[in-house]
Design a binder for this molecule. Structure first.
Ligand SMILES: [Zn+2]
Ligand SMILES: [Zn+2]
Length: 869
């Protein structure tokens, strides 16, 4: 058995930590261990077992939590790849991969010490704790605590205090007397989710013959109270009283004092050991209670190292899903059949196959996914479908249950930690072989993975905006490579990166060029809002043309969608006297006015403030609310079309998936005439009654300092345009814009994907942006402006003095949002065609930063950054 293990802990350090393995403990690679770390206990993942003693003195593993790996070889390898690729600490990556935090909770626990055992023992003889200045009542309480702790290995503070009613002061007093030990357990098992199981040490599976104790009296005192000091050994045992002599024979011997092979057991201990051996070495502690053996016998065996106690997950109550008996039938057009055949060819080959499924909106991609996954399930293999945050509506879940019944596990952001853990165990146990979920479902522990699908692969919600800053699409591709599986990236508007890879034959490009039932694409009319301003003399939210089109549809009882990609009522509060705007106190951004909820809100940090009645800078009462958000748009439309039933879909009206579904259902059922909202209305699912889509503000991204602005705008416009059309009627889109000549707007209006990509790729190539270069955004942040400036200056000098051929380093420069969530932010942008060189330089930079005592959490390294503000 190896004597050391390397453990990855979820701390912001790019290191693994070596711990000594106590004799008899058997941690496994890929399993969790509980270890001491800086006055705390933490769980980490074992990444290596070895016999190489480290230079420094090591601490010991407290407990091995898993008998089998929770991360199999492939997932462990995937985690290491993520740590390397995104420069994230491996421990933090593993924590992200395992949704098992519900099994751990912050807790303070107490254990009885040897002194405490002695005090309890003496008290048991004399009837009260020895030589105490406490009142008899207090002594009784202390006595109860010792008694309670003597019975269990350790007890959480809440339980201990509940059971004994001891005050905090008295408890602290007992700690000072060293009768009990207090432990701040930052990662303790949540007993509610687990059961204690007694495990016979594997070396000890055979129970030696019963040997009579020295004095021939094998009895263990019948009350736990008197048996308290059973585990007493060392110095205390050297003071033999009549009681002690008897107690030591009842189980006080430790292996160290007993030559091997000469261990002795009393009858009770023997009963326990034999029961354990007969049951295959493992029995829940609760079941052992049924034996006629005092509870302390077990703790004695634990102290003697013959038995250990571990926590195992309880049997999980699986939420019952009703399988539908009727087989789900897909009716495919030739392009869909072809796509499915290609996916299944790849599955059969059992070698990595990458595929970009480019299907226009409404071309029936989802049906292809489901048919592919069903085929994989019938072969007894596993599949994972990733969807964007908003893609998992109850309607989709219902479809999934219809096709897959009980075999599907659905992971979405609405699950509690405990529900997430429950799904994880179902998947790990092989009960669910079809997994559908958002970003982190890419880590689902399925066995024999055959098919991994990323729907709407361009969606930015696949990028995690906290450590580890991984992109689930790219992780999916890597996982498929490791598993020899098929990965399908699906989209109506693929990302530049994926499209480029398909063009370079890294992926097969599979097209679904037609909408199902040959529905034609809508006509798009571009409306120049600068001209509208000149002609009407003032800023318009809804142009005359759009108003007229809406009126026409409403008269014909047809439905309308209006997109404005900004929530709230007014995005800016401006003082006409001094010209200043109301800024968030944590961020350098304007607070947004929310009229109905009567508040000002920061959309970046969530800070909420009162609506000002005067300027906070100069005291003037001339404060104006400027600009329009979706809430105001709804109000404006309501004023213009008082008869129309209008619904709104944005993050203020949609609290959960059900709200989203309800709004879309209301539209589908004809309970709404008009739906107003942010990009949320552009996503989701076919809405068949909409014949007009108005785009009021979708070109905001074109004005932002972000090289993906054009791509995002093109994608959003294409998606929202895809909502228009009903039956054979093509539908119409009125696209209001201040950038009518921009190629993103022009190509979207013509539904010309290839044209847009060619143009955008040219621009990316000139500017050395992805897919031609890898990029990394390095943000230096601090609540203190001078620290942020000093540190970014120091790193700027380091970059200047360091050779980095083939890597462009831009910066330091103020981040577009200079202050965010209280932090001042400066950044560097790195670009390089060689990812390897770039990551080597970034690693050297982190080392230089550490040498300059810049705290690691103040440096964000965002490889393949998506959000550049
Ligand atoms: Zn003012
Ligand atoms: Zn803020």
């Amino acid at each position: 058995m190896p004597t050391f293990c390397d453990v990855a802990l979820a701390v912001p350090l790019e290191l693994v930590f070596t711990y000594a393995i106590p004799p008899g403990m058997e941690p496994v690679v890929g399993g969790r261990v509980l270890v001491p770390f800086r006055q705390q206990r933490m769980w980490g993942i074992v990444v290596d077992l070895h016999d190489r003693p480290p230079q420094v003195k090591t601490k010991k593993v407290i407990e091995a939590l898993d008998l089998a790996p929770v991360l199999d070889e492939q997932l462990l390898k995937l985690g290491k790849w993520i740590a390397d690729y995104y420069l994230a600490p491996a421990g933090e990556v593993f924590r992200t991969m395992l949704p098992l935090s519900a099994e751990f909770k912050r807790a303070i626990t107490y254990r009885i010490t040897d002194d405490g055992q002695m005090a309890l023992h003496l008290a048991g003889r004399s009837g009260s704790p020895a030589r105490s200045r406490r009142t008899p009542d207090e002594q009784l309480v202390e006595f109860r605590v010792l008694d309670y702790l003597a019975e269990c290995e350790s007890a959480r503070e809440d339980r201990l205090r509940g059971a004994t009613r001891i005050s905090k002061a008295l408890l602290s007093g007992m700690v000072r007397k060293r009768w009990i030990e207090r432990e701040d357990v930052s990662a303790a098992r949540d007993a509610a989710r687990t059961v204690k199981v007694a495990v016979l040490r594997s070396l000890e599976t055979s129970v030696p013959p019963l040997t009579q104790s020295d004095d021939g009296a094998p009895g263990v005192p019948s009350t736990p109270l008197r048996a308290g000091p059973a585990g007493l050994d060392g110095p205390h045992a050297a003071q033999p009283t009549g009681e002690d002599a008897r107690l030591s024979t009842s189980g006080g011997e430790t292996p160290s004092r007993q030559p091997a092979g000469r261990r002795r057991y009393n009858e009770n201990q023997r009963t326990l050991l034999e029961t354990l051996a007969a049951a295959g070495g493992k029995v829940p502690v609760e079941a052992l209670r049924g034996l006629d053996v005092p509870r302390t016998t077990l703790s004695t065996l634990v102290r003697r190292g013959l038995v250990r106690l571990i926590d195992e997950p309880q049997d999980f109550t699986v939420s019952k899903i009703r399988p539908r008996p009727s087989p789900f039938e897909f009716e495919f057009n030739p392009a869909q059949k072809d796509a499915l055949a290609k996916i299944l060819d790849g599955v059969r080959s059992r070698t990595f196959t990458g595929m970009l499924l480019h299907g226009v909106t409404g071309s029936g991609k989802t049906a292809v996914y489901l048919a592919g996954m069903r085929e994989v399930l019938e072969q007894g293999r596993s599949s994972i479908l990733l969807v964007p945050e908003i893609g998992l509506t109850p309607a989709v879940a219902a479809d999934l249950h219809q096709v897959f019944g009980d075999e599907v596990a659905i992971l979405h952001s609405g699950l509690t930690h405990a529900e997430r853990a429950e799904q994880w165990h179902r998947i790990k146990g092989g009960e669910a072989r079809v997994v559908v979920g958002t970003r982190s479902a890419v880590f689902a522990p399925v066995g024999d993975l055959a098919l991994l699908i990323v729907d709407e692969e361009q969606d930015s919600s696949y990028k995690q905006e906290e450590t580890p800053r991984y992109h689930a699409r790219d992780v999916a591709v890597m996982r498929a490579k490791m598993a020899g599986a098929v990965v399908v990236l699906g989209s109506a508007t693929p990302s530049l990166e994926s499209y480029y890879n398909a063009k370079k034959n890294k992926y097969a490009l599979v097209e679904l060029p037609d909408r199902v039932e040959q529905r034609p694409l809508p006509e798009v009319e571009i409306l120049d809002m600068r001209q509208e301003f000149q002609e009407t003399g003032h800023e318009q939210v809804i142009s005359r043309k759009l108003a007229e089109e809406i009126r026409e549809r409403l008269e014909k009882k047809e439905q309308v969608m209006v997109l404005l990609n900004r929530r709230g009522y007014s995005p800016v509060v401006l003082c006409r006297a001094c010209g200043k705007t109301l800024q968030c106190k944590n961020c350098a951004v304007s607070m947004t006015h929310h009229k109905r909820e009567r508040k000002m809100e920061c959309h970046y940090c969530g800070h909420v403030a009162h609506i000002p009645d005067k300027c906070s800078h100069c005291g003037s009462e001339y404060v104006y609310f400027v600009g329009t958000g979706s809430e105001k748009l709804e109000e404006l439309l309501h004023g213009m079309f008082p008869q129309a039933r209008i619904g709104r879909l944005d993050r203020d009206t949609v609290r959960g998936r059900e709200d989203f579904e309800r709004a879309l259902n209301a539209l589908n059922e004809g309970e709404l005439d008009m739906l107003v909202g942010t990009q949320m209305i552009a996503k989701g699912h076919d809405v068949h009654g909409v014949t007009l889509v108005g785009v009021v503000g979708a070109d905001i991204a074109l004005g932002l300092p972000d090289f993906r602005g054009a791509e995002r705008t093109f994608q959003l416009l294409t998606q929202v345009a895809g909502r228009a059309g009903r039956g054979q009627s093509p539908g119409k889109v009125v696209l209001q814009t201040y950038f009518p000549d921009h190629y993103a707007v022009q190509f979207a209006a013509r539904h010309d994907f290839a044209g847009f990509y060619d143009k955008e790729l040219q621009f990316r190539s000139w500017m050395h942006y992805p897919p031609y270069s890898a990029i990394a955004n390095v943000v230096i942040r601090s609540e203190k402006l001078d620290e942020a400036l000093t540190w970014s200056g120091e790193l700027g000098r380091w970059f200047e003095q360091t050779r980095h051929e083939g890597i462009r380093v831009l910066g330091p420069a103020a981040a577009p949002i200079l202050r965010l969530k209280r932090d001042y932010r400066y950044h560097f942008m790195l670009k390089s065609p060689s990812r390897e060189k770039m990551n080597t330089l970034l690693r050297a930079m982190l080392a230089a930063a550490a040498a300059r005592k810049i705290p690691r959490p103040q440096i964000i390294v965002d490889v393949d950054a998506v959000w550049l503000m």
